[in-house]
Design a binder for this molecule. Structure first.
Ligand code: COA
Length: 165
């Protein structure tokens, strides 16, 4: 389905390529997250934190490129029991063409191949289109749960830059 509000890529544009997210993707990824207000950002998104996340969770996060331009990202990790998805973001010009679903499927397949049977994700309550995406993907909204967050040291919460899980 086409989003007529998005500027379509020219027909000659390079094909989308999805590959494992690496630190080389960081600069364009951070720029994409910054221009995507639905993505929460914090000190946990600094390069050293993302490097540590990728090192602990190899092969679970992906970046989609159209030629030299980053089209989308998904970060995914697990704790040995459950997966957790962050920063699923598709560039506004690339939306409603199945890329979000394709990125999600890569991470879900990678989790499944590691024996992880379920993953969670956090989405802001005001993000109606994000919630529509997750509903269409078959995700169950957990109305019986409330999310709490706790800093590990007093003052740590002050480092938050844009409300982030
Ligand atoms: C949510 C997001 C990642 C979806 O990416 P996408 O590539 O456009 O998604 P897809 O094309 O794979 O959409 C799959 C299905 O999800 C649903 N969907 C996606 N975007 C939707 C929207 N804006 N409104 C309603 N349903 C939507 C549709 O059912 C769609 O299938 P269809 O196009 O055949 O109707 C993208 O809109 C985005 O980056 N949003 C900002 C960041 C965000 O909200 N991330 C998710 C929350 S963590």
């Amino acid at each position: 389905m086409t989003d007529h509000n998005a500027s379509p890529s020219p027909p000659t544009a390079a094909a989308i390529r999805i590959r494992a997210f690496g630190l080389d993707d960081y600069a364009q990824a951070y720029a994409l997250w910054l221009r995507t207000p639905e993505v929460g950002l914090s000190s946990a998104d600094r390069p050293d934190a993302i490097a540590r996340f990728l090192e602990r969770n190899p092969g679970l996060s992906f970046a989609a490129w159209r030629g030299p331009r980053l089209a989308g990202t998904i970060l995914c990790g697990h704790d040995g029991r459950r997966g957790l998805i962050h920063h699923l973001a598709v560039d506004a010009a690339e939306r409603r063409r199945g890329l979000g679903r394709a990125l999600l499927e890569r991470s879900l397949d990678a989790l499944y191949n590691r024996g992880i049977e379920k993953c969670h994700l956090l989405v802001f309550s005001a993000n109606a289109s994000g919630q529509a995406f997750w509903a269409a993907a078959g995700a169950a909204r957990r109305t019986e749960l409330a999310l709490y967050s706790l800093p590990t040291a007093s003052g740590a919460a002050a480092s938050l830059e844009r409300s982030s899980p």
